[in-house]
Ligand binder design. Sequence first.
Ligand SMILES: Cc1cc2nc3c(=O)[nH]c(=O)nc-3n(C[C@H](O)[C@H](O)[C@H](O)COP(=O)(O)OP(=O)(O)OC[C@H]3O[C@@H](n4cnc5c(N)ncnc54)[C@H](O)[C@@H]3O)c2cc1C
Length: 403
Amino acid sequence: MTTDADVIIAGAGPAGSLAAYELAQHGVSVLILEKSQFPRYKVCGAGLTHKILKEIPFDVSPVFETRIHTFIFSSGFKNVFSRSSPDPMIYCTMRDKFDAFLLDKAISAGARIRYGEKVMEVQQDSSSVSVITRLGAFRTKLLIGADGASSAVARSAKLRENILPGLAWEAEIKVDASAVKTFSKTVFLDWGAFPGGYGWVFPKGDHFSIGVGGPANLSKWMLPYYRNFIAYLEAVSGVKVLETMSMKSWPIPVRIKKSRFHCERVLVAGDAAGLTDPLTGEGIYYAIRSGKLASAACYDYLLGKESSLESYSRAVNEELMNELLEANRIKYIFNTVPLKIHLFVRDSERAWRAFGKVLRGERWYADVRMGFGKWQFLWGVACKVSQYISDIREKRFLGKGFK
Ligand SMILES: Cc1cc2nc3c(=O)[nH]c(=O)nc-3n(C[C@H](O)[C@H](O)[C@H](O)COP(=O)(O)OP(=O)(O)OC[C@H]3O[C@@H](n4cnc5c(N)ncnc54)[C@H](O)[C@@H]3O)c2cc1C
């Protein structure tokens, strides 16, 4: 059988490029099919936590735009407070630069790329996969679908179940030069304004990325929230918004149950697999982790160490989904008592330290439950009750919004 590559990867975002990099490093022949030309704009806050950086096997500091030491928190634009750290808490980048940087590393390691190849459909037989693109067709032994939130691969391979749709709006916003300088180390974060909703300002080299996100069924309230967020920002900080350079909405797919992440010879990773944090909307960490797990499963399969790709679904469920399901439970608690948690972060040194440890990957959501020791069942009950209250609040908000 002749193939175009041992592994084809659809999509050159963080999931695709990290999978390609790892496979190429092991001498596997890899071809990436990417629908866009690179570098390409991607709507994203592009906040990089330390836990992301630990997962990338090379230095990405050349594409940092800013280093964040301070968070200014508000809860529905009220009870504003700030917290700082002497060391950077996160780093901000722009996704056109970051993604092109990761892709360059994959290409240098030996991966090939074809731009302008939009994957439309996937057909599998017992020994290979045909990948149909808008321009042609390719054949491969294995296919990794890393083609983002609206993944054609996941749809075609029927790997889209158990996904709750989230949505975010974000714009690149030009502000006065003094604001760029004053707030170059500061993130603004508003939460608790509506169930599951939040807004952020991430400072970039010469502008701000400003966005809001939440459950997709509340989407009609997101633009009003966005406008209120900008008004709050101008009032609280004196920042002058000069120009909205782009304004886009984008889905944030959230997997809410353990699932199958492979089907015969096809695997899905990153947003294509719905691996985003339901609490924060963060997905780069999960894209990179799942991309690496996908590459490991493909490598073992090609070497004959594994007879199927089952190990991939198992690893994603154990290593990533356990954590994401815990984040979902914490989201329900947060939605039930948002102000209490906001004030807890303000008043408790321990809570602030824990926040920093989560960003650094030194603490995990699952540690919250473990902290209850033999009383863990109480945590389970609290989460169930919170889910019930949170659902009621969401329905109520859907009807009357910010009135
Ligand atoms: C507004 C917003 C803000 C966010 N902020 C953050 C943040 O601050 N930190 C964080 O960690 N996460 C954030 N996220 C989530 C993050 O953007 C995603 O989780 C992450 O990009 C997922 O990476 P990926 O490689 O799976 O997919 P993507 O980054 O979406 O990459 C997919 C790639 O596939 C290509 N593609 C798509 N369809 C096809 C096709 N049919 N054929 C071929 N190629 C295709 C695309 O062009 C793209 O290059 C944010 C998301 C949004 C919407």
